[in-house]
Unconditional design. Structure first.
Length: 128
């Protein structure tokens, strides 16, 4: 399954060169991940009800081209790997057909106190 999420580049998110600030690429990707979780019925609220949370434990990113003010970018997210307690998703940002950014984001499932735990039942099936 590939999830798509569109977002318009905002003026407040730009660097002095009028490009999307490098840190905001990750913020936009986070928004896409949160949207995906809600769409597969594992929203942040539901995860909390299940006594779980997701925390980012690794990021490998490549900045390919700038994202510019007032353009709409599309973030594509797909699952590329899993263990019992972690998952890795590839997130790619595009403007039209041009790829701007790619990142592999690894996150771990923890209980609400931060201790590692297994992913919720049905989670892997929901993202596959």
């Amino acid at each position: 399954m590939t999830h798509q999420y569109d977002i318009k580049v905002r003026w407040a998110d730009l660097d002095p060169y009028r490009h999307l600030n490098h840190a905001m690429f990750l913020t936009y990707c986070e928004a896409a991940r949160i949207d995906l979780l809600g769409r597969i019925d594992f929203s942040m609220e539901r995860l909390t009800e299940l006594g779980k949370q997701v925390v980012v434990v690794g990021v490998s990113a490549k900045f390919l081209k700038p994202a510019l003010e007032n353009t709409t970018v599309t973030i594509r997210t797909r699952h590329i790997g899993a263990t019992r307690a972690t998952m890795t998703w590839r997130q790619e940002m595009f403007h039209e057909d041009t790829q701007l950014f790619s990142a592999d984001i690894t996150f771990a499932f923890t209980d609400l106190s931060g201790r590692p735990t297994r992913r919720p039942q049905g989670f892997l099936e929901a993202v596959s």
